[in-house]
Design a protein around this ligand. Structure first.
Ligand code: FRU
Length: 507
């Protein structure tokens, strides 16, 4: 049943047949609109497949005017397993079109995570002479072996043919996976970043033809180890104010600080063989509980663009299926910001103008305490909230989404002794799980009182981007009844809003 077939006293519009639909609907339409359908948690502005299960983003690449999002996908049921590569394309990174499955299971195993490159110069020799094509590099995984395979496409990723010489990299291990391949221009060769997951080592291999790989270096036993290192990525990121650094992302699962899955990153240099971290710090890419397996797009101009899977293995198989299970974050541009003794990854969600809906609140608000702004929100809509503010020391600025049943989701900036952002999903009652934390907290430098916060709230998620992109907090959230009101509130001190924009987003 879709939103157009809302239940009316146990009947659907379709089943009302010739009964004089308008007459029957008229008295009950208000209450019918409030009755959530089975797809009430279906993301409106985040990618989720039509059916089945989805986890990691794979093979992200911009090619011939299309952004490709491949992903770990079980097409048979909304549970992890039988992993294929699903596929979607977009011209603007916000509106996606699902395409047929790109890679399937074979006798050798499932199609685990990996990446895609454009073999522009036909270095592989696998394309018709004079032409290049897309190459997917992924892990073929059985219970006893994980080895790296490649597959080629000459039709813009619509279909792939497995290379007859597969696997191209097999070290006889059952925990060796998730190859991310990049073209390393200074050494003019391909580099594969792949993990020996149980040994907590990121391995670097080099190749001139994508078919023969030799080990050139490794990085590891670094940062948070968790049980497995997974889904590494290595990308050169511009530093605000000039220069670049290489950022090595390593996902870990389980064993994250909030439990389960998390993405950490290291900032350093890479010479085509060795990654050298600039300091001994481990940094998390997101302070929420539902941000995993981040991957960057190949072949985008300007700062890299990344997508992560918006879930956590501790409960990803249990959250409501809507009708599929699993969603991606919004794509975010990545830059680096240097602080006195620190590096910060800065994440900026791509512009949402192509899906802008109607304005719900806007304009500055003078400094005071209490309710600074409030408005009704459209039924089931995704929302974007943008705030720039100045708080008195000790004040807490909250954005609250609520409903008449007393449920609440909030995102706050606390300008107290330990300032920072908080995402609080404790007041939602649509789905609880013993391992889902209620709140996630990010600490800002002491004395911070003036900053910004951007929220993207979809039917089953909230993304908080704060402090000019330094704070990223991504959490799943499930209201039992959809929220119908949004409020911006200052407590414990006065807050001025220099900017307030709330708009709905079209799914
Ligand atoms: C990470 C992961 C990868 C693996 C894939 C299987 O979420 O466990 O290491 O390739 O999922 O779907």
């Amino acid at each position: 049943m879709s939103d157009n077939e809302l239940p009316v006293g146990g009947l659907t519009r379709r089943s009302l047949g010739g009964l004089g639909v308008a007459a029957i609907l008229a008295p009950s339409i208000a209450s019918a609109r409030r009755m959530p359908g089975p797809d009430r948690y279906r993301p409106q502005v985040h990618y989720s497949p039509a059916k089945g299960f989805m986890n990691d983003p794979n093979g992200l690449i911009f090619h011939e005017g299309e952004y490709h999002l491949f992903y770990q996908h079980n097409p048979f049921e909304a549970k992890a397993g039988h992993v294929h590569w699903g596929h979607a394309v977009s011209s603007d990174l916000v509106r996606w079109r699902e395409l047929p499955i790109a890679l399937g299971e074979t006798a050798a195993g499932q199609a685990f995570s990996g990446s895609a490159v454009y073999d522009r110069g036909n270095t592989s020799g696998l394309f018709p002479s004079g032409a290049g094509g897309l190459v997917a590099i992924y892990t073929r995984a059985s219970d006893t072996k994980q080895a790296q395979e490649i597959a080629t496409s000459t039709d813009r990723g619509r279909t792939f043919s497995g290379y007859p010489g597969n696997p191209v990299l097999d070290v006889g291990s059952a925990s060796f996976r998730d190859p991310k391949v990049l073209w390393h221009a200074p050494t003019r060769r391909w580099v594969m970043v792949v993990v020996r997951s149980r040994e907590h080592r990121v391995m670097f291999y080099a190749s001139s033809d994508l078919k023969h790989w030799s080990e050139v270096g490794s990085f590891g036993h670094a940062g948070l180890l968790g049980i497995d290192y997974e889904c590494p990525d290595l990308v050169e990121v511009p530093v605000e104010g000039g220069g670049t650094r290489w950022v090595l992302f390593v996902s870990i699962n389980p064993g994250a600080p909030l439990g389960g899955s998390a993405v950490q990153y290291f900032v350093g240099t890479f010479d085509g063989r060795r990654f050298e971290a600039e300091d001994g710090a481990t940094r998390l890419a997101d302070f929420g509980q539902d941000f995993y397996a981040l991957q960057t797009f190949a072949d985008v101009d300007g700062p890299p663009v990344a997508i992560a899977w918006m879930s956590n293995w501790l409960y990803s198989n249990d959250v409501p299926a809507s009708p599929s299970r699993g969603a991606m974050t919004l794509p975010r541009r990545l830059t680096l910001r240097r602080h006195a003794d620190d590096w910060r990854l800065v994440q900026t969600p791509v512009p949402l103008d192509p899906i802008a809906g109607s304005s719900i609140l806007s304009g500055p608000r003078p400094k005071r305490t209490g309710t600074l702004a409030g408005a009704a929100v459209p039924y089931g809509a995704a929302l974007e909230v943008v705030l720039r503010f100045e708080a008195d020391p000790g004040a807490i600025l909250s954005v609250r989404l609520r409903n008449a049943a007393g449920e609440m989701l909030s995102a706050c900036f606390d300008a107290g002794t330990y300032p920072g952002f908080v995402v609080d999903r404790s007041g939602t009652r649509g789905f609880r799980h013993r391992y889902m934390v209620d709140r996630a907290i990010w600490s800002a430098p002491q004395g911070t009182t003036t900053t910004d916060m951007r929220l993207i709230v979809d039917r089953s998620s909230i993304e908080l981007i704060g402090m000019g992109g330094e704070a990223s907090g991504t959490m799943l959230q499930y209201f039992a009844s959809p929220p119908d009101r949004l409020e911006v509130i200052a407590e414990g001190g006065a807050v001025a809003l220099m900017q307030l924009e709330v708009r709905s987003l079209n799914g």
